[in-house]
Design a protein around this ligand. Sequence first.
Ligand SMILES: [Zn+2]
Ligand SMILES: [Zn+2]
Length: 445
Amino acid sequence: MANELYKEMCAYIDTRKDFMRERRQDFHKHAEAGWHEVRTCSIIADHLVKLGYDKAPCKILMGKECMNDDERMGLPDQEELDFIYQRALDEGAILPYAEKFKDGHTAIVAILETGKPGPIIGLRTDIDALGVIECQDPAVHRPAKEGFASIHEGEMHACGHDGHGTINMVVAETLMKFKDQLCGTVKMVWQPAEEGVRGAKSIAYSGILDDVQYMMAVHMGARPKGSNASIGFSYGLNMANAKMDVYITGKACHAAAPESGNNAMLAMAAIVQGVYGIPRASVGDARINVGQVFAGSGRNVVCDRVKMVMELRGLTQASLEYLEPYARRIIEHAAAMHGCTAEIKMMGATPCYPIDDPAFVDEMNQLAKNLGFETLDPKPGSNSEDYTYMAQRVMERGGKSLMFRCLSDYPAPGHAVTFDIQEEDLPTGSKFFCAMVTHLMGLTN
Ligand SMILES: [Zn+2]
Ligand SMILES: [Zn+2]
């Protein structure tokens, strides 16, 4: 009976629709931005323990157990981390698990060991919200109307990651339920801080994915108007990306005697002029943007401190590798020119790497069609996703990778204050993850 197992899994997932709606709406209401996801992680951990993932040979890796501390980027300061930890506890974060996710360790991995030889598969979902103030007007925004808009001002699930985390929770349930019929190993990853491309590297560089042969990720996507498609693929190539904060330190003095100070404002101005003047190069298209500057303390004071928020992008890895050291030289020397010093903090980065293996994408697109999903055929895409770090880690070791879209009707574009997804589309994500997993195990075709 071909695909009987897959059909049973789908029937089970269909019984979890109410759970998925409630889970997603609860994550949405308690939106936690990058490195804040303590409550989210503790709820996932509790779910996994209840499913039996903590019992050998299965395993749950929480916080530091699946992260490389040194590779975390754009971490908030300790005061903020302490505040959100307490907030998470006040809002029902589950102990003792919550403690594992303290201080910017908001990642969790569940490992299903079937005890039978088979493929090693990784499934990645991200769980962070964005720094967006959600629309609270019930007339134009369903989450506000139905009472699950974010209660955290300035944190909003405006990219669908509340749905992603939920999708993987139901995958974890389904795989455990049908474990005796499966083979190989499945590693389910819930990743923090995707927005700003800050979190994936710490998981990839922990080494826990090094033996993975097939790495798959899901992201919500907008269903085109008039289409019934539920799944989409792309042959995506990621823009290389480097986000940096620059701190310039000079020396303050009275504006009437500027010779006794070092003017950080002048250094900043020289840097802005300088980085935008980096010559174009033959190694690929590139972008640079100084998006924010914070400087100065008063009209008659020579400025001693500046913070600059900037980013660099390259359509090829070579173009970023040309741009980034060039920008660093300008920053360092323009600061020195005015007697100041500059410190550069990396706030996020992604390499330029093809996260989708075209042959693997074609195989899974065909699988989706065989199983009755309507799909959007793959086309070249370009986005910035820090899943790239995981894909690269797996592909460089001979594995395959892809990211598929779980399509939903979007009332507003991603990252907008009225963004929303339809919960009835979430089971599709869980079903297709299970379809790919069982296909790679040789059980579904
Ligand atoms: Zn996003
Ligand atoms: Zn996203």
